[in-house]
Every structure is written in structure tokens, then in C-alpha cells.
Write a protein that binds this ligand. Structure first.
Ligand code: PNS
Length: 168
């Protein structure tokens, strides 16, 4: 059976060029890709989930990716998969520690919802070292985040930085 729809879940806090690369490649594998901004209880939030979702949508529109929808969900991934009538999750893998963590999540998800498959796409060359936490750290020290995030995200964070700078 061919899979028509898949979910690419994550925190996307914020979207990086690595995420965008996975979205672009995943969207070419299925008819419709659902990018789901979800809650990771192990991470404290930086941007509001709705802002993360808007930045994903705008960045994808900039690249002309049209076969996708972006949503925010605070529940379990397996429930989202059931509600969206799909049995395919797509995740990106950057390195061995991603593999270990993502394998555990994939196994837990398939135990909760038998038949749910997780497909891993490996990060492409330039995206190997990029992570949202790295971007947040560089941003916190007012460093240049442009090499790591889509232009929309860089512009949004730049504006945020100006707005939150103490007035002298
Ligand atoms: O980008 P992240 O933080 O690595 O993504 C992890 C995420 C958000 C996909 C994961 O924490 C998740 O699926 N959260 C939803 C709640 C859930 O289903 N947890 C069980 C996963 S085994």
C-alpha cells in the first residue's frame, strides 16, 4: 500500500535549515505532509507554538512547498496519527545520539499504535550540526544565526531582539 499522508513532528523551536531540508525531502515522498509542532516535555519553550507554526508555513511557502499543512498539537503523537488517518511518521536523524533517542520513540509509538511506522531521513551534509538548541544559544549571546535558520526565522528573531532590547 502506498502512503499518501505522513506526519513530521517536532518542537521546531525554532525551525532550522536542517528541519526545512527534511520537510522539503519528506514532502516529495508523500502526497501530503503534516508538519506538527508538538510538546516535548523535556524542553522548555522558547517561541510560542503558534509562532513556530507560522514560521514553518511561511518558510515552506517561500520554497514553493504546497503539499503540506502545519498544526500545533499538545497531545500524544499516536493520537494525532490516528486522527489524521495516517500510519507514517517521518523524522530526521543527524547523528548517533539522535538515532538512539529516535529509535526509542519510534518503538514506543509503534507499541502504542501497532502498524505505525517511523521513517528516518538522514540530515544532508550542511545540516548535520544544526539544532534548535544551538540556534537558541547563539541567539541568546546575540550571535549570527543566519547560517542556521531560514530567512523568515532570522528576520523574526532579529525583530524580537530589537523589541526586547532594554531602552537606554
Ligand atoms: O523536535 P523534538 O523535540 O525532538 O521532537 C520530539 C517530539 C515533540 C516529536 C516528541 O516529544 C513527541 O512526540 N511529543 C508528543 C507527545 C508524545 O507523543 N510523546 C511520546 C513520544 S514516544
Amino acid at each position: 500500500m502506498l502512503v499518501k499522508k505522513a506526519i513530521y513532528p517536532g518542537s521546531f523551536d525554532p525551525l532550522t535549515l536542517g528541519h526545512l531540508d527534511i520537510i522539503q525531502r519528506a514532502s516529495s515522498l508523500v502526497d501530503h505532509l503534516v508538519v506538527a509542532v508538538m510538546h516535548n516535555p523535556e524542553k522548555s519553550g522558547f517561541l510560542p507554538p503558534a509562532t513556530r507554526a507560522a514560521l514553518i508555513l511561511e518558510s515552506c511557502q517561500d520554497l514553493g512547498i504546497t503539499n503540506l499543512s502545519v498544526l500545533v498539537d499538545s497531545g500524544l503523537l499516536v493520537d494525532l496519527a490516528k486522527n489524521n488517518d495516517t500510519s507514517l511518521i517521518i523524522k530526521g536523524l543527524r547523528n548517533a545520539s539522535d538515532l538512539e533517542m529516535e529509535t526509542a520513540m519510534a518503538q514506543a509509538n509503534s507499541a502504542l499504535l501497532p502498524g505505525l511506522e517511523t521513517l528516518f531521513l538522514t540530515a544532508s551534509g550542511q545540516a548535520h550540526g544544526i539544532s534548535s538548541s544551538l540556534v537558541r544559544q547563539i541567539y541568546a549571546f546575540a550571535g549570527n544565526i543566519k547560517p542556521f535558520v531560514p530567512p523568515r526565522v532570522a528576520a523574526y528573531l532579529h525583530t524580537l531582539q530589537i523589541q526586547t532590547q532594554p531602552k537606554t
